[in-house]
Design a protein around this ligand. Sequence first.
Ligand code: UDP
Length: 252
Amino acid sequence: MPDHNRVYILGVPIDPVTFDNLIDTIADWIASGDRTRQICTASPEFVMIAQENADFMRVLREADLCVADGVGLLFAARYLGHKLPERVTGSDGLPLIAARAAREGWKLFLLGAAPGVAEQAAAKLVHNNAGLQIVGTYAGSPSPDEETAIIERVNASGADILFVAYGAPNQDTWIARNRATLNVSAAVGVGGAFDFTAGIIPRAPRWMRRFALEWLYRLYKQPWRWRRMLRLPRFVWNVVWHRHNEIKKSEG
Ligand code: UDP
């Protein structure tokens, strides 16, 4: 991983992995322990930010894994003639990775979100997974002046996996900038996953997730998101336009 089956959506690579593949890959990385790998939990919003932010595009392209967190990526992939096996969200991934971590003895560090939220998320995860080792929680900020102190804190904890919840693109550019000095096997940008795990923001009901309407629920709960969500129709338009151009090119 990543392999040649990566799907490119408007230049952003998406790996066709399931949760099981993802967690087995993390297990391999921890076993080899040679360097810090980066995982991005991509969504249509990531793809649209990357169209205007070359640094973020480079980070996504150089990450070890980009998983399809947003359902829009699954639709877009299918529309462009590719297949992604399932939606792999940071919010579902965090508890699944925690469950495996408790069995394997992997140590986790939760960085980011508002003060106190990472602690609450950690308490929930430990409550649900006996023996889980969360070796650090810290809100901090993605500001460059805090970087050195945060890296020292994470490295001193002996964590195997670092989850970073600063939202995109900051969490992902933060990980990319600090990869070389971090001593963890995997660093994952997880957006609002601590807020969901801590129970501060409710997750959309299962039926809404099944009908690909999680975005609508988030808009209802957090209406200030409307401006950010304008990226969604722009994403659809860009994907349609891209396919139109590809077809025209192939017709020669
Ligand atoms: N956040 C933070 N520091 C910042 C900006 C954001 O800790 O400077 C946190 C915020 O509290 C939230 C997470 O980053 O927990 C981002 O959540 P958001 O819902 O925006 O991410 P998404 O899931 O939409 O990518």
